[in-house]
Ligand binder design. Structure first.
Ligand SMILES: [Zn+2]
Length: 329
Protein backbone atom coordinates (compact mmCIF):
# COMPACT_ATOMS: atom_id res chain seq x y z
CA UNK A 1 0.00 0.00 0.00
CA UNK A 2 1.22 3.50 -0.69
CA UNK A 3 -0.20 6.60 0.82
CA UNK A 4 -1.22 9.11 -1.83
CA UNK A 5 0.77 12.27 -1.26
CA UNK A 6 -1.75 14.36 -3.10
CA UNK A 7 -5.44 14.83 -2.42
CA UNK A 8 -7.87 12.66 -4.37
CA UNK A 9 -9.12 15.76 -6.12
CA UNK A 10 -5.64 16.84 -7.20
CA UNK A 11 -6.15 19.47 -9.86
CA UNK A 12 -4.40 18.87 -13.16
CA UNK A 13 -3.19 21.37 -15.74
CA UNK A 14 -5.14 22.01 -18.94
CA UNK A 15 -3.37 22.05 -22.32
CA UNK A 16 -3.35 25.84 -22.11
CA UNK A 17 -1.74 25.64 -18.63
CA UNK A 18 0.99 23.37 -20.02
CA UNK A 19 1.62 25.80 -22.87
CA UNK A 20 1.98 28.72 -20.44
CA UNK A 21 4.26 26.63 -18.21
CA UNK A 22 6.39 25.81 -21.25
CA UNK A 23 6.65 29.48 -22.19
CA UNK A 24 7.82 30.35 -18.70
CA UNK A 25 10.39 27.53 -18.71
CA UNK A 26 11.58 28.33 -22.24
CA UNK A 27 12.29 31.93 -21.25
CA UNK A 28 13.99 31.10 -17.94
CA UNK A 29 17.75 30.65 -17.59
CA UNK A 30 20.09 28.89 -15.17
CA UNK A 31 23.85 29.42 -15.59
CA UNK A 32 23.06 31.23 -18.83
CA UNK A 33 21.23 28.17 -20.24
CA UNK A 34 17.74 28.78 -21.69
CA UNK A 35 14.94 26.37 -20.87
CA UNK A 36 16.02 25.81 -17.26
CA UNK A 37 14.23 26.94 -14.10
CA UNK A 38 15.59 26.80 -10.57
CA UNK A 39 14.19 26.55 -7.07
CA UNK A 40 16.72 27.10 -4.31
CA UNK A 41 16.17 26.65 -0.57
CA UNK A 42 18.08 28.75 1.94
CA UNK A 43 19.46 25.53 3.52
CA UNK A 44 22.09 23.75 1.41
CA UNK A 45 21.35 20.26 0.11
CA UNK A 46 21.29 18.08 -2.99
CA UNK A 47 20.33 19.24 -6.48
CA UNK A 48 17.49 17.27 -8.03
CA UNK A 49 17.13 17.72 -11.79
CA UNK A 50 13.59 17.24 -13.10
CA UNK A 51 14.11 16.64 -16.78
CA UNK A 52 11.36 16.92 -19.39
CA UNK A 53 10.79 17.30 -23.13
CA UNK A 54 13.65 15.05 -24.24
CA UNK A 55 11.00 14.41 -26.89
CA UNK A 56 9.17 17.56 -28.01
CA UNK A 57 5.76 15.86 -28.24
CA UNK A 58 5.69 14.71 -24.58
CA UNK A 59 4.32 17.70 -22.64
CA UNK A 60 3.27 15.73 -19.51
CA UNK A 61 6.72 16.32 -18.01
CA UNK A 62 5.71 19.98 -17.59
CA UNK A 63 2.90 19.02 -15.18
CA UNK A 64 5.16 18.87 -12.07
CA UNK A 65 6.50 22.38 -12.78
CA UNK A 66 2.92 23.66 -13.22
CA UNK A 67 1.98 22.01 -9.90
CA UNK A 68 4.99 23.44 -8.06
CA UNK A 69 4.38 26.96 -9.40
CA UNK A 70 0.71 26.93 -8.41
CA UNK A 71 0.27 29.02 -5.26
CA UNK A 72 4.10 29.08 -5.08
CA UNK A 73 3.88 25.60 -3.52
CA UNK A 74 7.49 24.52 -3.94
CA UNK A 75 8.79 28.01 -3.15
CA UNK A 76 7.20 27.60 0.29
CA UNK A 77 7.82 23.87 0.73
CA UNK A 78 11.42 23.23 -0.33
CA UNK A 79 13.39 22.45 2.83
CA UNK A 80 16.89 22.17 1.41
CA UNK A 81 18.92 22.03 -1.78
CA UNK A 82 17.86 22.91 -5.30
CA UNK A 83 15.37 21.68 -7.86
CA UNK A 84 16.31 22.28 -11.49
CA UNK A 85 13.67 21.89 -14.21
CA UNK A 86 15.13 21.32 -17.63
CA UNK A 87 13.42 21.40 -21.03
CA UNK A 88 15.82 19.28 -23.06
CA UNK A 89 14.64 19.52 -26.67
CA UNK A 90 13.61 23.16 -26.51
CA UNK A 91 13.19 23.68 -30.26
CA UNK A 92 11.11 20.52 -30.84
CA UNK A 93 8.84 21.48 -27.92
CA UNK A 94 8.46 25.02 -29.28
CA UNK A 95 7.27 23.53 -32.57
CA UNK A 96 4.92 21.17 -30.71
CA UNK A 97 3.16 24.04 -28.94
CA UNK A 98 2.86 25.99 -32.22
CA UNK A 99 1.49 23.00 -34.21
CA UNK A 100 -2.16 23.05 -35.20
CA UNK A 101 -2.94 19.35 -35.90
CA UNK A 102 -2.20 15.96 -34.30
CA UNK A 103 -0.18 14.89 -37.36
CA UNK A 104 1.96 18.00 -37.07
CA UNK A 105 2.40 17.43 -33.32
CA UNK A 106 3.57 13.82 -33.92
CA UNK A 107 6.40 15.20 -36.07
CA UNK A 108 7.66 17.41 -33.22
CA UNK A 109 9.33 14.51 -31.40
CA UNK A 110 12.79 15.56 -32.62
CA UNK A 111 14.32 18.25 -34.83
CA UNK A 112 17.27 16.27 -36.30
CA UNK A 113 18.19 13.51 -33.87
CA UNK A 114 16.59 11.52 -31.03
CA UNK A 115 17.92 12.92 -27.73
CA UNK A 116 17.46 9.50 -26.15
CA UNK A 117 20.05 8.02 -28.56
CA UNK A 118 22.97 10.42 -28.00
CA UNK A 119 26.54 9.54 -29.01
CA UNK A 120 28.72 9.18 -25.90
CA UNK A 121 31.17 11.86 -27.06
CA UNK A 122 28.53 14.43 -28.09
CA UNK A 123 30.06 17.14 -25.86
CA UNK A 124 33.24 17.09 -27.91
CA UNK A 125 31.70 17.45 -31.41
CA UNK A 126 32.82 20.69 -33.01
CA UNK A 127 30.06 22.89 -34.44
CA UNK A 128 27.54 20.08 -34.93
CA UNK A 129 24.88 20.82 -37.52
CA UNK A 130 22.26 18.66 -35.77
CA UNK A 131 20.19 20.81 -33.41
CA UNK A 132 20.13 18.19 -30.63
CA UNK A 133 23.93 17.76 -30.53
CA UNK A 134 24.32 21.53 -30.12
CA UNK A 135 21.61 21.59 -27.46
CA UNK A 136 23.36 18.82 -25.46
CA UNK A 137 26.53 20.96 -25.46
CA UNK A 138 24.53 24.01 -24.42
CA UNK A 139 22.98 22.03 -21.52
CA UNK A 140 26.29 20.75 -20.20
CA UNK A 141 26.69 23.39 -17.42
CA UNK A 142 23.28 22.44 -15.98
CA UNK A 143 23.79 18.70 -16.56
CA UNK A 144 26.85 18.90 -14.34
CA UNK A 145 24.91 20.42 -11.44
CA UNK A 146 22.66 17.42 -10.80
CA UNK A 147 23.00 15.00 -7.87
CA UNK A 148 19.92 13.01 -8.93
CA UNK A 149 17.64 12.97 -11.97
CA UNK A 150 14.06 12.09 -12.76
CA UNK A 151 13.27 12.28 -16.47
CA UNK A 152 9.68 12.35 -17.79
CA UNK A 153 8.39 10.68 -20.94
CA UNK A 154 5.12 9.43 -22.39
CA UNK A 155 4.27 6.83 -25.02
CA UNK A 156 2.38 6.93 -28.33
CA UNK A 157 0.11 4.07 -27.24
CA UNK A 158 -1.79 4.39 -23.98
CA UNK A 159 -0.09 2.15 -21.47
CA UNK A 160 0.36 1.62 -17.74
CA UNK A 161 3.05 3.86 -16.25
CA UNK A 162 6.48 2.36 -15.65
CA UNK A 163 9.94 3.33 -14.46
CA UNK A 164 13.29 2.81 -16.15
CA UNK A 165 16.26 2.62 -13.79
CA UNK A 166 19.11 4.24 -15.73
CA UNK A 167 21.93 3.89 -13.22
CA UNK A 168 23.08 1.42 -10.55
CA UNK A 169 21.84 3.71 -7.77
CA UNK A 170 18.47 4.64 -9.33
CA UNK A 171 16.53 2.39 -6.95
CA UNK A 172 17.58 4.56 -3.97
CA UNK A 173 15.09 7.18 -5.17
CA UNK A 174 12.33 4.92 -6.42
CA UNK A 175 10.49 3.90 -3.22
CA UNK A 176 6.68 4.29 -3.18
CA UNK A 177 6.40 5.41 -6.80
CA UNK A 178 2.97 5.31 -8.47
CA UNK A 179 3.93 2.44 -10.78
CA UNK A 180 4.70 -1.23 -10.33
CA UNK A 181 6.88 -2.16 -13.31
CA UNK A 182 10.53 -1.17 -13.59
CA UNK A 183 12.91 -1.86 -16.46
CA UNK A 184 16.65 -1.97 -15.79
CA UNK A 185 19.77 -1.88 -17.98
CA UNK A 186 17.93 -0.33 -20.95
CA UNK A 187 20.85 2.08 -21.33
CA UNK A 188 23.22 -0.89 -21.70
CA UNK A 189 21.41 -2.51 -24.64
CA UNK A 190 20.06 0.49 -26.54
CA UNK A 191 21.76 2.42 -29.32
CA UNK A 192 23.56 5.50 -27.96
CA UNK A 193 22.78 7.02 -24.55
CA UNK A 194 19.60 8.58 -23.18
CA UNK A 195 19.96 12.33 -22.50
CA UNK A 196 19.23 11.78 -18.79
CA UNK A 197 22.42 9.71 -18.35
CA UNK A 198 24.54 12.79 -19.13
CA UNK A 199 23.33 14.52 -15.98
CA UNK A 200 25.78 14.63 -13.09
CA UNK A 201 28.80 14.59 -15.39
CA UNK A 202 30.19 11.53 -17.09
CA UNK A 203 32.17 9.91 -14.28
CA UNK A 204 29.64 10.30 -11.48
CA UNK A 205 27.26 7.53 -10.63
CA UNK A 206 24.20 9.47 -9.55
CA UNK A 207 20.67 8.07 -9.24
CA UNK A 208 18.95 8.47 -12.63
CA UNK A 209 15.53 7.19 -13.55
CA UNK A 210 13.02 7.75 -16.27
CA UNK A 211 9.24 7.64 -15.86
CA UNK A 212 7.01 6.70 -18.79
CA UNK A 213 3.84 8.12 -17.31
CA UNK A 214 1.34 6.83 -19.92
CA UNK A 215 -0.03 7.99 -23.29
CA UNK A 216 1.13 11.37 -24.68
CA UNK A 217 -2.23 13.11 -24.36
CA UNK A 218 -3.74 11.15 -21.42
CA UNK A 219 -4.84 13.07 -18.36
CA UNK A 220 -3.58 10.25 -16.10
CA UNK A 221 -0.05 10.85 -17.44
CA UNK A 222 -0.13 14.31 -15.84
CA UNK A 223 -1.15 12.89 -12.46
CA UNK A 224 1.55 10.18 -12.54
CA UNK A 225 4.19 12.78 -13.44
CA UNK A 226 3.18 15.08 -10.56
CA UNK A 227 3.02 12.21 -8.05
CA UNK A 228 6.39 10.80 -9.16
CA UNK A 229 8.09 14.20 -8.85
CA UNK A 230 6.57 14.77 -5.38
CA UNK A 231 7.58 11.28 -4.25
CA UNK A 232 11.15 11.87 -5.40
CA UNK A 233 11.31 15.06 -3.33
CA UNK A 234 9.99 13.11 -0.33
CA UNK A 235 12.51 10.31 -0.88
CA UNK A 236 15.32 12.89 -0.94
CA UNK A 237 13.89 14.53 2.21
CA UNK A 238 13.62 17.83 0.36
CA UNK A 239 9.96 18.36 1.27
CA UNK A 240 8.04 17.24 4.36
CA UNK A 241 5.03 15.22 3.28
CA UNK A 242 3.70 12.19 5.04
CA UNK A 243 4.87 8.98 3.43
CA UNK A 244 3.75 5.39 3.69
CA UNK A 245 5.92 3.28 6.01
CA UNK A 246 5.19 0.22 3.90
CA UNK A 247 7.96 -0.98 1.65
CA UNK A 248 6.96 -0.97 -2.00
CA UNK A 249 7.54 -3.77 -4.45
CA UNK A 250 8.49 -3.60 -8.06
CA UNK A 251 8.35 -6.15 -10.85
CA UNK A 252 11.82 -5.74 -12.31
CA UNK A 253 12.52 -6.58 -15.95
CA UNK A 254 16.25 -6.71 -16.74
CA UNK A 255 16.92 -5.88 -20.38
CA UNK A 256 19.25 -8.25 -22.18
CA UNK A 257 18.94 -7.58 -25.89
CA UNK A 258 17.30 -5.56 -28.65
CA UNK A 259 15.77 -6.64 -31.93
CA UNK A 260 17.00 -4.96 -35.12
CA UNK A 261 15.83 -5.48 -38.68
CA UNK A 262 18.80 -6.19 -41.00
CA UNK A 263 16.98 -4.67 -43.99
CA UNK A 264 13.65 -3.21 -45.12
CA UNK A 265 12.23 -6.62 -46.08
CA UNK A 266 11.71 -7.55 -42.41
CA UNK A 267 8.44 -7.60 -40.48
CA UNK A 268 7.42 -8.82 -37.04
CA UNK A 269 6.05 -12.36 -36.87
CA UNK A 270 3.11 -11.34 -34.67
CA UNK A 271 1.69 -8.62 -32.48
CA UNK A 272 3.88 -8.08 -29.37
CA UNK A 273 1.90 -6.17 -26.71
CA UNK A 274 4.16 -4.43 -24.19
CA UNK A 275 5.51 -6.87 -21.53
CA UNK A 276 4.16 -9.94 -23.40
CA UNK A 277 6.02 -13.20 -22.86
CA UNK A 278 8.27 -14.60 -25.57
CA UNK A 279 9.81 -18.09 -25.67
CA UNK A 280 13.35 -19.15 -26.49
CA UNK A 281 13.66 -19.87 -30.24
CA UNK A 282 10.26 -18.32 -30.99
CA UNK A 283 10.30 -16.58 -34.38
CA UNK A 284 10.19 -12.81 -33.73
CA UNK A 285 10.61 -11.54 -37.29
CA UNK A 286 11.04 -12.73 -40.86
CA UNK A 287 12.69 -11.26 -43.94
CA UNK A 288 14.94 -11.95 -46.93
CA UNK A 289 17.94 -12.90 -44.79
CA UNK A 290 16.02 -15.48 -42.76
CA UNK A 291 14.14 -15.67 -39.48
CA UNK A 292 15.17 -13.91 -36.26
CA UNK A 293 14.43 -15.98 -33.15
CA UNK A 294 14.26 -15.10 -29.48
CA UNK A 295 17.51 -15.82 -27.58
CA UNK A 296 15.64 -16.47 -24.31
CA UNK A 297 12.42 -17.11 -22.41
CA UNK A 298 11.61 -13.51 -21.60
CA UNK A 299 9.39 -10.53 -22.39
CA UNK A 300 9.09 -8.07 -25.29
CA UNK A 301 8.94 -4.29 -24.80
CA UNK A 302 8.14 -1.18 -26.88
CA UNK A 303 7.28 -3.08 -30.07
CA UNK A 304 5.71 -0.93 -32.78
CA UNK A 305 1.96 -1.17 -33.37
CA UNK A 306 2.53 -2.19 -36.99
CA UNK A 307 4.44 -5.30 -38.17
CA UNK A 308 6.85 -3.16 -40.21
CA UNK A 309 8.83 -0.15 -38.97
CA UNK A 310 9.26 3.36 -40.35
CA UNK A 311 13.02 3.25 -39.88
CA UNK A 312 15.40 0.32 -39.46
CA UNK A 313 17.95 2.70 -37.89
CA UNK A 314 16.47 2.26 -34.40
CA UNK A 315 15.69 -0.79 -32.28
CA UNK A 316 12.46 -2.53 -33.27
CA UNK A 317 11.86 -3.79 -29.74
CA UNK A 318 13.62 -4.57 -26.47
CA UNK A 319 13.94 -8.03 -24.92
CA UNK A 320 14.13 -8.66 -21.18
CA UNK A 321 14.35 -11.58 -18.82
CA UNK A 322 11.11 -12.62 -17.10
CA UNK A 323 10.45 -10.27 -14.13
CA UNK A 324 11.52 -10.76 -10.52
CA UNK A 325 10.07 -8.95 -7.50
CA UNK A 326 12.25 -6.46 -5.65
CA UNK A 327 11.15 -4.78 -2.43
CA UNK A 328 12.12 -1.18 -1.77
CA UNK A 329 11.77 0.47 1.61
ZN1 LIG B 1 10.12 10.14 -24.74
Amino acid sequence: MRLALTPQNLSLPTKEDLKKTFELLAHSKVKGVCGAYEYKASTPGPTLAISCLVHGNEPSGLAPLWYFLKDDWLEHSLLKGRVLFIANNLEAAKRYFEASSDDERDLCRVVDYNMNRMPEDVYSFSNPKEYEFGRMQELRPVHEQADAVIDFHTTSQNADPLGLAMSETAHTLMGHMPFRKVLTEVEKVQLGLPACTFFGGHDRDIPVFEVESGGHEEESSLRIAIESALQTLVNMEMVALEQSKEPSEFDVYRMVDTLWFPDESYKLARDFPNFCEISKDEVLAQGDQGEIVSPLDGCAHFAPKEMRVLSIKEEVMFLSERPYVRALS
